[in-house]
Write a protein that binds this ligand. Structure first.
Ligand SMILES: Nc1nc2c(ncn2[C@@H]2O[C@H](COP(=O)(O)OP(=O)(O)O)[C@@H](O)[C@H]2O)c(=O)[nH]1
Ligand SMILES: [Mg+2]
Length: 311
């Protein structure tokens, strides 16, 4: 995942500590000689600008993010704010390099100890100036690295009221146990399963708490989370439980199907589940049982077909 390798972003104090400790370690016993003063300036400024610029390079290029990650990044932390903070670090890193060069140049004629101290004061004030940016970036890093690992293969999102059989379906069609990934919008985590058909890989995502009730019950952030899901899905599977074993009336389920179809703007395959139950009823294009496996294969074939043709 794009954010997985992000390292902790240090605070200004941590950076300054590190730089001055590094400088002291590189200084020899003859502390007041010009050589030692130069070494201290080099050691402290190099490590500082290096750490600042490394943080900048750790973050991905936001223009190259997939729509899913780009949308989530914007919702969760804000791409503009990220860009601003990163360019502040870039500025600080460059500024510190300039100060280093200037100090080294002045040392040819001026008092090296006094100049080294002045350099320390200036670089530490620059690093403190970007302290807010550093802590913003560290908070962002902690949020972003928890995003689910969703690869670029065609993806089916599963929708339908609670207890209609979404998880059972995902378990039935995927080869291994689905991974549970965290999704910052739901405490339940999302399930990502993989399967292959005709030599091609597919991904199927079950999102407990998101695509399982009317959109009117949603707060803004949940709606945005759903929009982001739309970007990742190539097709959707909507499960219906006509026997109402799930506890929700069929009319409500059909209403949700209508709403989800409008919202997701991707092809939706509607499927009636639990056809093994005695009170299963109605005429359905696709009817299955994830308990017996009846009809499941045909539905998977249909989903793959829909993904291939886009309708
Ligand atoms: N009889 C029957 N029960 C099913 C079927 N599919 C799911 N269930 C049951 O319905 C309940 C809810 O299933 P689950 O997959 O957790 O639904 P989800 O909330 O939509 O993920 C569980 O007790 C399942 O065992 C089916 O095809 N037939
Ligand atoms: Mg479930």
């Amino acid at each position: 995942m794009i954010y997985e390798k992000l390292r902790t972003v240090p605070t200004a104090d941590e950076l300054i500590d590190l730089a001055f400790r590094r400088a002291l370690r590189s200084a020899t016993a003859k502390k007041r000689t010009i050589e030692v003063q130069r070494t201290m300036v080099r050691a402290s400024t190099e490590i500082l600008s290096d750490r600042l610029l490394k943080t900048v390079h750790d973050f991905p290029n936001f223009d190259e993010l997939s729509p899913f990650y780009s949308e989530l990044t914007d919702i969760l932390v804000g791409i503009d704010e990220l860009r601003m903070s990163l360019s502040s670090l870039q500025w600080a890193g460059n500024q510190i390099q300039l100060i280093a060069r200037e100090t080294l140049r002045k040392m040819r004629s001026g008092d090296p100890v006094r100049l080294r101290k002045a350099c320390y004061a200036r670089i530490s004030s620059i690093v403190h100036e970007v302290d807010g940016n550093l802590s913003f970036l560290n908070d962002a890093r902690n949020i972003l690295r928890k995003l689910p690992d969703i690869s670029d293969v065609p993806t089916i999102v599963v929708a339908g009221y609670p207890n209609v059989g979404k998880s059972s379906f995902v378990r039935y069609v995927t080869d291994a146990r689905p991974e549970i990934a965290s999704y910052p919008f739901t405490t339940k985590g999302i399930y990502i399963g993989h399967f292959s058909r005709g030599g091609k890989q597919y991904q199927i995502i079950d999102t407990p708490g998101l695509l399982d009730r009317p959109l009117s019950d949603r707060n803004n952030i949940e709606l945005q989370a759903i929009t982001a899901l739309r970007n990742v899905g190539t097709a959707a599977l909507f499960l219906i439980d006509p026997a109402e074993h799930c506890g929700y009336p069929l009319t409500a389920q059909m209403k949700l199907l209508h709403e989800i179809t409008k919202t997701l703007e991707i092809p939706v395959v509607a499927v009636a589940n639990k056809c093994d139950l005695p009170d299963f009823h109605g005429e359905w294009e696709y009817q299955i049982s994830t308990a017996t496996g009846d009809g499941v294969d045909e539905v998977v074939g249909r989903l793959v077909e829909v993904i291939g043709t886009g309708n």
